[in-house]
Design a protein around this ligand. Structure first.
Ligand code: 4AD
Ligand code: MG
Length: 478
C-alpha cells in the first residue's frame, strides 16, 4: 500500500537493498565528489539524504531538482558516510514529479517569519516548524479519543448548525440561505426568518455542550470534539473565530470529580505527546531556545520539555475565585497600581490577573472555582450562598484559560429562573429544560480549547500558528 515512509526507511538497517523514496526536496548541495539531496515526505521531521555522483544525471535534470520540487528517487539503502544520519540512499534513478521554480517558490531554505508563513498557509505545512506542529496536533487529537474511549466515554456528534446560543454571549455567525439583497419581511417590517432554510434563525454553534448534556442524560459519559465558532472581534494570540473544542459531559459527576477529570485528562494527553512526539518536540524546543537567546537569563522560560514535564508531574493548585481575588488584592502589582484593570470581588478576571496567579504567584497550573454567578453562564449550578456558581476554569502558564467548565444546574425551577433572568426565551430551550423535568441528575462537564492545548504543548506564541488554516477577523483565505 503506497511507498515506504521516510520515517520507516530511516529506521531500516542498510543492506544495499533497493528502495523507492518519494518526497519534496528540502535542499540540494553539490560538491566536487557528490550531489546531496535532502528529501522530506512529512512523515517525520528528519530528512533522508539521497546521494548521486557528479555526471550521473544530465545538468538539465539536475536544474529541476530544487527546493520544493517533488521527486521519486530509486536507489540502494546504504550506511551513511557522513555525520548526521545513519542511512542514506545511493541514487540510481530520479523522476521529477513536479518542479518548483526557485524564482517563484516562496519557501527557501532560510528562516522565514511566522507572519510571512501565515500569508502562505497553503505551503507552510512543508516547513519544519509547521510539520512538527501538525504532527503533534494529530497526536494530541488521537490521544484525546484514546483517553475518553479508555474511560468509557462515548463520542457524541453534536450539530454545527444550531438555533440556540449555548453560552448566551451572542457572538454567533448566522447561517442563512435568504437573499441578502431581497430579504423577505413580516407585516411589521422585520426580516421573516420563517422563509429561511430552517424556518427560523440559525447560527454556527459556539459549543456542543447543551446537546452534550442530552447525551449524558442517556449514555452517562460522553464527549464531543468538533469545530466551534465565535464571532468575537478579538485580535489576540489566543482567539480564533473557528476553533476545535473537546467537551466531556458526565452524569453523576460533581464539581470535584469534574476537576479531577480535567486535570487527569490534560496530563495524560500531554504525556502522550511527550512519549510519541520526541523528535518534533525537541525541534520546537531548540527553536524556542534560539528565539530566546537574546533575552536576559531571568526572562527566559523553561525549556519546552521541562515545562511540559513540570505540568504533568505536579498537582494543579485549586482555589476559589474569592481566594484568588484576595491574593490579587494583596499582590504587589495591585498595590503598586501596575494592573491595567481594577481588582475587586465580582470582576471578570482579565488575562493579566490570571497570568499573575499562574506565572508569578503559584508558578503552576491553577483551577479556579466558584465564580460569581453574574459573570458565568446560565446553566451553572448555584452554590448554597446564592452568590456563586459551581464553575471551574483551568488556567495555564503562557495561555491563561485553557478549560472552562462547571457542575450544571439540575433543578428545573432554578434553571428556568436563570434562563428568564438573563432574558433567554424558555421556548427556545424547551428541549434542554425538559432534561431537568424528566429524570434529572447531578452532572458536570467542561470544554477544552484544542488549539490552546496545542499552543501550550508546542510552545507557539500565536494560536493562528497551531491550526492549519486559521480563521480570524478579516481573514478566511485558503
Ligand atoms: O469557557 P468556554 O466559553 O466554555 C464553553 O463553551 C462551555 N460550553 C464548555 C463546557 O462546559 N462544555 O470555552 C471553553 C474553552 C476555553 O477555556 C478556551 O480554551 C476555548 O474553549 N476557547 C477558545 N479557543 C480559541 N478561540 C476562541 N475564540 C475561544 N473561545 C473559547
Ligand atoms: Mg470560559
Amino acid at each position: 500500500m503506497g511507498p515506504l515512509q521516510i520515517k520507516d526507511i530511516l529506521q531500516t538497517a542498510p543492506e544495499n537493498q533497493s528502495v523507492v523514496v518519494k518526497g519534496w526536496v528540502r535542499t540540494k548541495r553539490e560538491s566536487k565528489n557528490a550531489i546531496f539531496i535532502a528529501l522530506n515526505d512529512g512523515s517525520t521531521i528528519n530528512n533522508i539524504q539521497a546521494v548521486a555522483e557528479p555526471g550521473q544525471f544530465s545538468a538539465e535534470l539536475l536544474l529541476t531538482v530544487t527546493t520544493g520540487s517533488c521527486l521519486k528517487v530509486t536507489g540502494q539503502l546504504i550506511a551513511s558516510q557522513g555525520a548526521g544520519q545513519t542511512v542514506e540512499v545511493k541514487i540510481s534513478d530520479i523522476e521529477v514529479y513536479g518542479t518548483a521554480d526557485p524564482e517563484e517558490y516562496p519557501l527557501q531554505p532560510k528562516k522565514h517569519s511566522l507572519e510571512f508563513l501565515r500569508e502562505i498557509a497553503h505551503l507552510r505545512p512543508r516547513t519544519n516548524t509547521f510539520g512538527a506542529i501538525l504532527r503533534i496536533r494529530h497526536a494530541l487529537a488521537f490521544a484525546v479519543h484514546q483517553y475518553f474511549n479508555d474511560k468509557g466515554f462515548f463520542y457524541l456528534h453534536t450539530p454545527v448548525i444550531t438555533a440556540s446560543d449555548a453560552e448566551g454571549a451572542g457572538e454567533m455567525f448566522r447561517v442563512t440561505t435568504l437573499d441578502l439583497n431581497n430579504l423577505p419581511r413580516t407585516e411589521e417590517g422585520a426580516i421573516n426568518f420563517k422563509e429561511d432554510f430552517f424556518g427560523r434563525e440559525a447560527n454556527l454553534t459556539v459549543s456542543g455542550q447543551l446537546e452534550g448534556e442530552l447525551g449524558a442524560m442517556a449514555l452517562s459519559k460522553i464527549y464531543t470534539f468538533g469545530p466551534t465558532f465565535r464571532a468575537e472581534n478579538s485580535n489576540t494570540t489566543r482567539h480564533l473565530a473557528e476553533f476545535w473544542m473537546i467537551e466531556p459531559e458526565m452524569a453523576f459527576f460533581e464539581l470535584k470529580d469534574n476537576m479531577d477529570l480535567a486535570e487527569d485528562f490534560v496530563k495524560k494527553v500531554i504525556t502522550y505527546a511527550l512519549i510519541h512526539c520526541k523528535d518534533d518536540l525537541n525541534f520546537l524546543q531548540n527553536r524556542l531556545t534560539e528565539e530566546e537567546k537574546n533575552k536576559p537569563q531571568n526572562e527566559r522560560s523553561l525549556p519546552l520539555l521541562e515545562k511540559l514535564a513540570f505540568v504533568v508531574d505536579n498537582p494543579f493548585e485549586r482555589l476559589t475565585y474569592t481566594e484568588a481575588i484576595d491574593i490579587l488584592l494583596k499582590s504587589k502589582p495591585h498595590k503598586e497600581g501596575k494592573f491595567q484593570f481594577p481588582v475587586g470581588w465580582g470582576i471578570d478576571l482579565s488575562s493579566e490577573h490570571e497570568r499573575y496567579l499562574v506565572e508569578k504567584h503559584f508558578k503552576k497550573p491553577v483551577i479556579l472555582t466558584n465564580y460569581p454567578r453574574e459573570i458565568k453562564s446560565f446553566y451553572m449550578k448555584l452554590d448554597e450562598d446564592g452568590k456563586t456558581v459551581r464553575a471551574m476554569d483551568v488556567l495555564f502558564p503562557g495561555i491563561g484559560e485553557i478549560i472552562g467548565g462547571s457542575q450544571r444546574e439540575e433543578s428545573y425551577e432554578k434553571l428556568l429562573g436563570r434562563v428568564k433572568e438573563i432574558g433567554i426565551d424558555p421556548e427556545n430551550l424547551w428541549w434542554y429544560l425538559e432534561t431537568r423535568k424528566f429524570g434529572t441528575a447531578p452532572h458536570s462537564g467542561f470544554g477544552l480549547g484544542f488549539e490552546r492545548l496545542v499552543q501550550f504543548v508546542t510552545g507557539m506564541g500565536n494560536i493562528r500558528d497551531v491550526i492549519p488554516f486559521p480563521r480570524y477577523p478579516k481573514s478566511a483565505e485558503f
